[in-house]
Design a protein. Structure first.
Length: 198
């Protein structure tokens, strides 16, 4: 998809605010600081559309961006930030469960994993949550500019085996080199035909 127009659409703080306009949605999820917002900006070729936060774990909102008036890119709230209060965690869970419960417009869910870390239990749970909601999940390894070729090969193996997925299905991504941008757009372009929102 050639990006012609981009705009901030809405922030949803409760499931009541979710966008249900029938446009295909493509969501991005992962630990706080994994690089979600930066990846969205990189895909859109814009600097400040999605906010890159310096205080991880603060945003408990689902952020919708609209592209070409046609699709939504969705920045889901991050998880795994140790200093977050219990009530905030509960709000996070409610928001995510609600999101997957009515994910009929979701063309794909991109699960972002830091290429330098092993997946956590929370990462595995997120994968399971999405799969059990019937959502197609694509795993992205972020910040691969920090790895050598050998390190990337090893990391790909480690992550794939931890999550029991095919290593070749993982998409290496870097917002610095733009590696992976075309691969992600290709998946979006190939999944535009979602069921219409009910
Ligand atoms: N080296 C490198 N740093 C990145 C990359 N993507 C994000 N970052 C950095 O990682 C930090 C967290 O990024 P952010 O997009 O806010 O993560 P989010 O919490 O998942 O939305 C920021 O300091 C970014 O500059 C990348 O591809 N390469
Ligand atoms: Mg963010």
């Amino acid at each position: 998809m050639q990006v012609r127009s981009v705009g901030f659409h809405r922030a949803a703080y409760t499931p009541a605010d979710f966008v249900r306009d029938g446009r295909p949605q493509f969501a991005f999820v992962g630990r706080s600081n994994v690089g979600k917002s930066t990846l969205i900006n990189t895909l859109l070729n814009r600097k400040g559309v999605a906010r890159v936060s310096s205080t991880p774990g603060k945003t408990q909102a689902v952020q919708y961006y609209i592209v070409n008036e046609k699709i939504h890119l969705v920045d889901l709230p991050g998880y795994g930030y140790a200093k977050v209060a219990k009530t905030t965690r509960a709000e996070w869970a409610k928001l995510m469960e609600g999101f997957f419960a009515e994910a009929q417009s979701l063309g794909a869910l991109f699960l972002l994993l830091d290429s330098r870390r092993e997946p956590t239990d929370e990462d595995a749970m997120m994968l399971e949550l999405a799969r059990s909601a019937g959502v197609g999940v694509v795993i992205i390894m972020t910040k691969v500019d920090k790895l050598s070729g050998n390190e990337l090969t090893n990391s790909r193996r480690t992550i794939a085996s931890a999550l029991a997925v095919d290593p070749s299905s993982l998409i290496p991504f870097s917002s610095m080199t733009r590696q992976g941008v075309d691969a992600v757009w290709k998946i979006i372009d190939g999944n535009m035909n979602i069921r219409a929102a009910s």
